[in-house]
Design a protein. Structure first.
Length: 214
Protein backbone atom coordinates (compact mmCIF):
# COMPACT_ATOMS: atom_id res chain seq x y z
CA UNK A 1 0.00 0.00 0.00
CA UNK A 2 3.02 2.30 -0.17
CA UNK A 3 2.60 5.26 2.15
CA UNK A 4 -0.72 4.05 3.56
CA UNK A 5 -0.74 2.54 7.06
CA UNK A 6 -0.17 -1.13 6.45
CA UNK A 7 -3.29 -2.20 8.32
CA UNK A 8 -5.51 -0.86 5.57
CA UNK A 9 -4.37 -3.48 3.12
CA UNK A 10 -5.54 -6.10 5.59
CA UNK A 11 -8.18 -4.27 7.56
CA UNK A 12 -10.97 -6.72 6.78
CA UNK A 13 -9.02 -9.63 8.24
CA UNK A 14 -9.45 -8.41 11.79
CA UNK A 15 -6.79 -5.80 12.44
CA UNK A 16 -9.59 -3.31 13.02
CA UNK A 17 -12.63 -5.51 13.50
CA UNK A 18 -13.42 -9.14 12.89
CA UNK A 19 -16.61 -8.97 10.88
CA UNK A 20 -17.11 -12.72 10.97
CA UNK A 21 -17.75 -12.43 14.70
CA UNK A 22 -20.94 -10.52 14.03
CA UNK A 23 -23.90 -11.24 11.76
CA UNK A 24 3.93 26.47 19.74
CA UNK A 25 0.64 28.27 19.77
CA UNK A 26 1.46 31.48 17.84
CA UNK A 27 1.02 29.71 14.55
CA UNK A 28 -2.57 29.07 15.58
CA UNK A 29 -3.58 32.73 15.33
CA UNK A 30 -6.36 31.65 12.98
CA UNK A 31 -7.46 28.84 15.23
CA UNK A 32 -10.67 26.97 14.74
CA UNK A 33 -12.46 25.29 17.59
CA UNK A 34 -13.54 21.90 16.25
CA UNK A 35 -16.61 21.17 14.25
CA UNK A 36 -19.36 21.34 16.85
CA UNK A 37 -18.89 24.86 18.20
CA UNK A 38 -22.68 25.24 18.26
CA UNK A 39 -22.84 22.62 21.00
CA UNK A 40 -20.73 24.74 23.33
CA UNK A 41 -18.27 21.94 24.04
CA UNK A 42 -14.58 22.81 24.34
CA UNK A 43 -12.48 21.27 21.57
CA UNK A 44 -8.78 21.08 20.66
CA UNK A 45 -7.36 24.05 18.75
CA UNK A 46 -6.30 23.62 15.16
CA UNK A 47 -5.46 25.56 12.04
CA UNK A 48 -7.02 24.44 8.78
CA UNK A 49 -4.23 23.92 6.27
CA UNK A 50 -6.06 22.58 3.24
CA UNK A 51 -9.32 20.97 2.17
CA UNK A 52 -9.60 18.97 -1.03
CA UNK A 53 -11.76 16.06 -2.18
CA UNK A 54 -13.49 15.88 1.21
CA UNK A 55 -10.15 15.45 2.98
CA UNK A 56 -9.47 18.10 5.60
CA UNK A 57 -5.83 18.77 6.50
CA UNK A 58 -5.46 20.38 9.93
CA UNK A 59 -2.52 21.38 12.12
CA UNK A 60 -3.38 20.68 15.74
CA UNK A 61 -1.62 22.40 18.64
CA UNK A 62 0.01 20.28 21.33
CA UNK A 63 -2.49 19.56 24.09
CA UNK A 64 -3.23 17.31 27.05
CA UNK A 65 -5.82 14.57 26.86
CA UNK A 66 -7.10 12.09 29.43
CA UNK A 67 -6.93 8.56 28.08
CA UNK A 68 -7.40 4.88 28.77
CA UNK A 69 -6.32 1.84 26.75
CA UNK A 70 -8.28 -1.34 26.05
CA UNK A 71 -7.11 -4.53 24.37
CA UNK A 72 -9.66 -6.15 22.10
CA UNK A 73 -10.94 -7.02 18.64
CA UNK A 74 -13.93 -4.68 18.42
CA UNK A 75 -13.76 -0.89 18.20
CA UNK A 76 -17.27 -0.19 19.46
CA UNK A 77 -16.96 -2.39 22.52
CA UNK A 78 -13.59 -0.86 23.43
CA UNK A 79 -14.87 2.66 22.82
CA UNK A 80 -17.83 2.08 25.14
CA UNK A 81 -15.64 0.68 27.91
CA UNK A 82 -13.14 3.52 27.52
CA UNK A 83 -15.87 6.14 27.49
CA UNK A 84 -17.27 4.82 30.77
CA UNK A 85 -13.87 5.05 32.48
CA UNK A 86 -13.29 8.58 31.22
CA UNK A 87 -16.81 9.70 32.09
CA UNK A 88 -16.15 8.65 35.69
CA UNK A 89 -12.96 10.74 35.56
CA UNK A 90 -14.76 13.91 34.43
CA UNK A 91 -17.56 13.41 36.97
CA UNK A 92 -15.13 13.39 39.89
CA UNK A 93 -13.11 10.17 39.91
CA UNK A 94 -9.85 12.10 40.14
CA UNK A 95 -7.52 13.06 43.00
CA UNK A 96 -9.12 16.47 43.80
CA UNK A 97 -12.63 15.16 43.07
CA UNK A 98 -13.02 17.91 40.47
CA UNK A 99 -15.89 17.95 37.99
CA UNK A 100 -14.45 18.40 34.50
CA UNK A 101 -16.53 19.59 31.55
CA UNK A 102 -17.23 17.22 28.70
CA UNK A 103 -15.36 18.04 25.49
CA UNK A 104 -15.35 16.88 21.89
CA UNK A 105 -14.43 14.77 20.11
CA UNK A 106 -14.21 11.40 21.78
CA UNK A 107 -11.08 10.20 19.99
CA UNK A 108 -10.04 6.57 19.75
CA UNK A 109 -6.51 5.70 18.67
CA UNK A 110 -6.27 2.34 16.95
CA UNK A 111 -2.98 0.42 17.09
CA UNK A 112 -3.59 -2.81 15.16
CA UNK A 113 -2.35 -6.15 16.38
CA UNK A 114 0.43 -8.08 14.68
CA UNK A 115 -1.92 -10.36 12.75
CA UNK A 116 -5.54 -11.08 11.81
CA UNK A 117 -6.34 -12.90 15.06
CA UNK A 118 -4.37 -10.61 17.36
CA UNK A 119 -5.98 -8.09 19.65
CA UNK A 120 -5.75 -4.40 18.82
CA UNK A 121 -4.98 -1.63 21.29
CA UNK A 122 -7.71 1.00 21.42
CA UNK A 123 -6.86 4.17 23.36
CA UNK A 124 -9.95 6.26 24.05
CA UNK A 125 -9.32 9.94 24.87
CA UNK A 126 -11.14 13.09 25.98
CA UNK A 127 -9.54 16.49 25.33
CA UNK A 128 -8.75 18.23 28.64
CA UNK A 129 -10.73 21.51 28.75
CA UNK A 130 -8.71 24.66 28.18
CA UNK A 131 -9.08 25.83 31.78
CA UNK A 132 -7.45 22.60 33.04
CA UNK A 133 -4.73 22.27 30.38
CA UNK A 134 -1.88 23.58 32.55
CA UNK A 135 -2.68 21.41 35.55
CA UNK A 136 -5.25 18.69 34.81
CA UNK A 137 -6.75 16.74 37.72
CA UNK A 138 -4.89 13.47 38.19
CA UNK A 139 -6.96 10.32 37.67
CA UNK A 140 -7.84 8.07 40.59
CA UNK A 141 -8.28 5.04 38.34
CA UNK A 142 -4.87 3.46 37.57
CA UNK A 143 -6.17 2.56 34.10
CA UNK A 144 -6.74 6.23 33.25
CA UNK A 145 -3.83 8.57 32.48
CA UNK A 146 -3.02 12.08 31.28
CA UNK A 147 -0.99 12.29 28.08
CA UNK A 148 0.24 15.18 25.96
CA UNK A 149 -0.42 14.88 22.28
CA UNK A 150 2.30 16.61 20.25
CA UNK A 151 1.64 19.25 17.65
CA UNK A 152 0.83 17.37 14.46
CA UNK A 153 -0.97 17.41 11.15
CA UNK A 154 -4.10 15.34 10.79
CA UNK A 155 -5.78 14.23 7.58
CA UNK A 156 -9.48 13.94 8.33
CA UNK A 157 -12.54 12.73 6.47
CA UNK A 158 -16.00 13.09 7.96
CA UNK A 159 -19.34 11.35 7.63
CA UNK A 160 -22.74 11.53 9.31
CA UNK A 161 -25.11 9.21 11.08
CA UNK A 162 -24.56 6.84 13.97
CA UNK A 163 -21.11 5.38 13.39
CA UNK A 164 -20.71 1.65 13.95
CA UNK A 165 -17.82 -0.68 13.21
CA UNK A 166 -18.61 -1.21 9.54
CA UNK A 167 -19.01 2.54 8.97
CA UNK A 168 -15.67 3.31 10.63
CA UNK A 169 -14.02 0.61 8.57
CA UNK A 170 -15.57 1.78 5.30
CA UNK A 171 -14.56 5.38 5.92
CA UNK A 172 -11.02 4.32 6.84
CA UNK A 173 -10.70 2.48 3.54
CA UNK A 174 -12.08 5.50 1.68
CA UNK A 175 -9.59 7.86 3.32
CA UNK A 176 -6.76 5.40 2.70
CA UNK A 177 -7.63 5.37 -1.00
CA UNK A 178 -7.65 9.19 -1.16
CA UNK A 179 -4.31 9.43 0.62
CA UNK A 180 -2.74 6.80 -1.58
CA UNK A 181 -3.95 8.54 -4.74
CA UNK A 182 -2.42 11.82 -3.59
CA UNK A 183 0.86 10.14 -2.63
CA UNK A 184 0.76 11.62 0.85
CA UNK A 185 2.85 9.89 3.51
CA UNK A 186 1.10 9.08 6.76
CA UNK A 187 2.17 7.28 9.92
CA UNK A 188 1.80 3.53 9.75
CA UNK A 189 0.18 1.26 12.30
CA UNK A 190 -1.95 3.97 13.90
CA UNK A 191 -5.15 5.79 13.04
CA UNK A 192 -8.02 7.44 14.88
CA UNK A 193 -11.77 7.63 15.02
CA UNK A 194 -13.38 10.84 16.29
CA UNK A 195 -17.01 11.04 17.46
CA UNK A 196 -18.42 14.50 18.12
CA UNK A 197 -21.98 14.04 19.30
CA UNK A 198 -24.03 12.80 22.22
CA UNK A 199 -25.86 9.52 21.54
CA UNK A 200 -29.06 11.48 22.15
CA UNK A 201 -28.46 13.69 19.11
CA UNK A 202 -30.41 12.12 16.28
CA UNK A 203 -29.63 14.47 13.40
CA UNK A 204 -26.66 16.49 12.14
CA UNK A 205 -24.15 14.05 13.55
CA UNK A 206 -20.42 14.32 12.75
CA UNK A 207 -17.88 11.51 12.80
CA UNK A 208 -14.34 11.52 11.42
CA UNK A 209 -11.50 9.17 10.62
CA UNK A 210 -8.00 10.61 11.14
CA UNK A 211 -4.60 9.71 9.75
CA UNK A 212 -1.44 11.40 11.06
CA UNK A 213 0.64 13.00 8.32
CA UNK A 214 4.37 12.27 8.31
Amino acid sequence: MGSIPREYSRVSTGLFITQSRKPEMSIFSTIKSAIITSSGLDSPAYKEVNKQDDVDERRYAAAKWVSTSIQGMEHDKAQKEGFQRLFKYITGNNKPGTKVDMTAPVATRVNPGAGPNCENTFTVSFYIPTKHQEDPPQPSDPNVFIEEWPERTILSQGFGGFAKEEAWLGQAKKLASCVETKGVKVKENVWFTAAYNSPFQLFGRTNEVWFVKE
